[in-house]
Design a protein around this ligand. Sequence first.
Ligand code: AMP
Length: 548
Amino acid sequence: MTEPLLGQMMDIPLNVSMLLRHAARYAGDTEIVSRRIEGDIHRYTYRDCEKRARQLAQALIRLGVQPGERIGTLAWNGYRHLEAYYGTTGFGAVCHTINPRLFPEQIAYIVAHADDRYILFDTTFAPLVAELAPRCPNVKGWIALADAPKESPPDSVPLLYYEPLLAAEDGEFEWPELDERLASYLCYTSGTTGHPKGALYSHRSVVLHAYGASLTGAMGISARDSVLPVVPMFHVNAWGIPHAAPLNGAKLVLPGKDLDGKSLYELMEAERVTFSAGVPTVWMGLLAHVREGGKRFSSLERTVIGGSSCPPAMLRSFEDDYGVRVIHAWGMTELSPLGTLARLNWEQSQRPREEQRRLLEKQGTVIFGVDMKIVDANGAELPRDGVAFGDLYVRGPWVIDRYFATETSALVDGWFPTGDVATIDSEGFLHITDRSKDVVKSGGEWISSSEVENIAVAHPDVAEAACIACPHPKWGERPLLVVVKRPTGDGLTREALRAFYEGKLAKWWIPDDIVFVPELPHTATGKLSKMKLRDMFRDHVWPTKERT
Ligand code: AMP
């Protein structure tokens, strides 16, 4: 046997810090523009951003943060949040982005589960932090992303201020070379049953995902772009844009907390944005604003729409009415998140417009690096004929192996089961047709159906209850509760049951409608059949505002 012949190239580990260092060196003057929560516009460059990220790393090290420890963030899309991405991961700490839209009990659970050392927060979340701090005893300090205030803060929360922490450091700090398999970011998803689960990305997976996202056949970000991620930086790292933009030296525009149509439109126009990305609900607001005001997009060329299915009418409106190309994308937290994007190859783009559209309305084809298949209930692969549908499985170097702090792999024979149900056609286009995981996705945010059901069955007049996702024109999906009353509960009304939820759930988790049925459909094994239920209520008409 001869010795294996190894390649003789440099073995440079892929580190997240490389992305910002590259942008600071080779696109040093390119701007990062942020609408601050104070309402004004902040501008600086990649060079400035890297300097402040180094200062943050120094400050955190001075506070005693060790590599591998988690630093939480509760923040909007803005330059300080971007600095937090790099100032933590750059020296080996883990950036844990927290979704502030979850309710406090869930956030407290996530903070404890992640074992966050410090949490950086935008001051809009100060009331939330005041509520969380007593429940999170292991957090050593809460760092307000702000200057120090004039009056002294309440001493019930161990508060620190970001700007004075940075001002005390000189930024003379070299990013260490880290093993590329080390953890970099931690993102929790509620898109599964039970408690939220953490996806712990490595440096390698984040850098490879940034390369993949940048491909012309994916997001196609380049140095000619002005990029505005509407998707929050607390949602799967804003789909990787804070990494793909510096990799390409693209201008970055960070919209802060105001994501209504008017605010987004004005920022897009002012900063000559060419590329954007977000969930359908956000685009609905933007399109309504543009339509009502008779406005045009003067610079926007294309936008990625994902996180939920993009309604065909939205795709058509962007393209036909405004000349903006829509790239429909599918992904998930467990995939960092990009899996597929709908782009046409040369031959497909020669076909009649309607045929092109039928492809573009699907979720698209995989980015190099991700592989997918659909399987039946026994795990046997199904044909790629666009007709057979089954459970969607994926694999690739930016796909999760196991959830954070769990012993067992989440994989089945080396593939990750996504919980989505799909077809794949002969040209490789994925079409998501349903979901086997039992959750509702409203405006891009998860609602746990089991929590909604648990409260319902605690009502003395409820025998059985099922919460399902129903299509909704604004939110994509909303929760509908289907209830079987107890024999004694004849008098139970929809209003009384909705009132029963008050104070027990976040308002936006409360079912918009409740219907009473004599019985719920069950499978052969006696399990509740949510698929059947979803089918029964596919065309459910939601109550109008006046009736609710
Ligand atoms: P998350 O982990 O919050 O990003 O949610 C991922 C899930 O959102 C997927 O497993 C799908 O159920 C759903 N999803 C994401 N993108 C799409 C899309 N383009 N069409 C339909 N469902 C989608």
